[in-house]
Ligand binder design. Structure first.
Ligand code: SAM
Length: 287
């Protein structure tokens, strides 16, 4: 037992991250806040009650109020009223970090706009967990959330993301993963590297790495279950010619040291830092 403490919290809204699988992936501070807040608010009240029970946090006289996509507009004035009374509200979405493909944004924005304190109790999120184990570059990433369900709209969205110079991160349902892989291979090219990160922090956690073509085949052969994050590597650097590289480096060298310029251009192009650094050094010497 982690022994949560009742602590004195300043009035305001506390956005509490909760586990994405393993119940013990919760911070001590999150437990302290759940133990001490005047009012508990949750996207799924049963999930929060269960989590508190697992960690031995008494609910006492407190109720758990529901706040989700379908009742947010009605609930916000009530919750703002509680903040007005100087109370402490702890909000947890169903899993992971509130507002990351989960409710909480409008509530936090309204609370902040009205001058109340908004505090994060950071913790797990499937985006960062997938990046940690996915084996693709993490220096830059773009979180795209869920893609549209319909294939045509999904392909249009993927086209918009095609040139982004960072690892793309998507949340995906097991029902659509095969179709998504097919569309991604078609739009972004079959050779881009990707990773399917499944059931993170849970018993059947699995990371499948490969090209989009390889992962499309795997998804056609196997039905993948559970919760899924897809990572897709940025556009390959194979088409970057020395002249392009020189142009990028020349721009970067106007405002940066050789080392920083090489770092920036390597991150942008996906080329090996050593190769970029040597070219930058040569250009610097030639000038
Ligand atoms: N707020 C959450 C967060 O911070 O990651 C995300 C909530 S969103 C409604 C749920 C989606 O997150 C799932 O459909 C899946 O794509 C991803 N996800 C959540 N938990 C996961 C896990 N344990 N393994 C893989 N993906 C997960």
């Amino acid at each position: 037992m982690l022994n949560p403490k009742a602590i004195k919290l300043n009035p305001g809204l506390y956005l509490v991250a909760t586990p994405i699988g393993t119940a013990r992936d919760i911070t001590l501070r999150a437990l302290d806040i759940l133990a001490s807040a005047d009012v508990l608010v949750a996207e799924d009240t049963r999930t929060l009650r269960k989590l508190m029970e697992i960690h031995g946090i008494p609910l006492g006289e407190r109720q758990v109020m529901a706040y989700h996509d379908h009742n947010g507009a009605q609930m916000r004035p009530r919750l703002m009223g509680l903040l007005e009374q100087g109370l402490t509200l702890a909000y947890a979405s169903e899993a992971g970090t509130p507002m990351i493909a989960d409710p909480g944004f409008d509530l936090a924005r309204e609370a902040r706009a009205a001058g109340y304190t908004v505090v994060a109790a950071p913790g797990p999120s499937a985006v960062v967990t997938a990046l940690t184990v996915g084996g693709l570059p993490t220096d830059r990433f773009f979180f795209a959330g869920f893609l549209p369900n319909a294939s045509g709209q999904r392909k249009t969205a993927l086209r918009r993301y095609a040139e982004i110079p960072g690892t793309l991160v998507f949340y995906e349902s097991p029902k659509r993963i095969a179709a998504m892989m097919r569309d991604a291979a078609e739009v972004l090219g079959p050779d881009r590297r990707a990773a399917i990160c499944r059931e993170l922090t849970k018993k059947f956690e699995e990371v499948l790495g490969g090209t989009l073509a390889e992962l499309t085949t795997i998804c056609a052969d196997r039905s993948l279950k559970g919760e899924i994050v897809v990572l897709i590597e940025r556009k390959s650097s194979e088409n970057i010619h020395d002249s392009d590289l020189e142009t990028l480096l020349r721009e970067a060298l106007t405002g940066m040291t050789v080392r920083d310029a090489a770092d920036a251009v390597a991150a942008r192009t996906g080329l090996a830092r050593r190769q970029v650094y040597q070219m930058a050094l040569k250009m610097e010497q030639d000038e």
